[in-house]
Design a protein around this ligand. Structure first.
Ligand SMILES: [Zn+2]
Length: 258
């Protein structure tokens, strides 16, 4: 019954360059709502109002943006890593993680113990705020204190530039370096594991295809079907946390017996 899980564990043991690709499904298991799902943030707010261009254009849009962003941040700031995050961090500890590509902005991979040089945050991070003018970086909590004190659209201490959470907004270009690095690692890996992503957001959804085309084995763990299921070597339709907990146990056992 657990055959694909056993096969995945064996693949991890035998592979040399493993890329893990993570989507919203891993965050939801830590209690963070999926913004795109029914009842999520984008049901409540109109995405049109939060395009990057609007943020640049006027103060009222910026205030509204920060109100929405504060609501999102409240849902994630106290969240804790779940067994899927912990299993991925263990992969790194075992020397079995070339690169982790994440679409999530909650910083939970770092709370789980992954190191920054192994993680590519394709959609940025909500854990920091940056100045759009001088690029000074601020800790998110420090800025949220200002918001709570009535500063509705905070500005940079240094240059008075606009401050914005370090996430990628609608209409804002993808981070060039991270996206290129994600493509490079996808091209060069020998095992590509998708965990908790429906693989519908571009360009991220291209990465498993690129990996597969360049000879990697492709394994998908997701609750629902994905458009890449037909090209995957193995597909597990299940929750990320319990599945990865079982996988990592088997990997550790296999490595210990070597
Ligand atoms: Zn600045």
């Amino acid at each position: 019954m657990n055959e694909p899980i056993e096969i995945l564990a064996a693949l991890i043991v035998d592979s040399l360059r493993i890329v893990v690709f993570v989507g919203a499904g891993v965050s939801t298991e830590s209690g963070i709502p999926d913004f795109r799902s029914p009842g999520g943030v984008w049901d409540k707010y109109d995405p049109q109002e939060f395009y990057f261009q609007r943020f640049l254009e006027n103060e009222a849009s910026r205030e509204k943006y920060w109100q929405m962003a504060t609501e999102i941040y409240e849902s994630m700031k106290n969240a804790q890593p779940n067994p899927a995050h912990l299993a991925i961090a263990e992969l790194e500890g075992l020397g079995k993680l070339d690169c982790l590509i994440t679409q999530n902005i909650d910083g939970l991979h770092f709370k789980a113990g992954n190191s920054p040089d192994r993680v590519l945050e394709l959609h940025g991070t909500a854990m920091h705020v940056t100045c759009l003018n001088c690029y000074k970086r601020y800790d998110r909590d420090a800025i949220q204190i200002r918001i709570a004190d009535g500063d509705k659209a905070p500005r940079c201490d240094e240059c008075k530039g606009l401050l914005k959470p370090a996430t990628i907004s609608f209409g804002q270009s993808m981070p060039v370096e991270e996206t290129q690095a994600a493509y490079d690692h996808s091209t060069a890996c020998d095992l590509f594991i998708v965990i908790g992503s429906s693989l519908v957001v571009q360009p991220a959804a291209q990465m498993p295809v690129i990996a597969k085309r360049n000879g990697a084995k492709l394994v998908i763990i997701n609750r629902d079907e994905t458009p890449c299921d037909p090209i995957a070597d193995y597909v597990v339709h299940a929750q990320a946390g319990p599945t990865m907990a079982t996988v990592i146990d088997q990997v550790k056992r296999a490595l210990a017996n070597r």
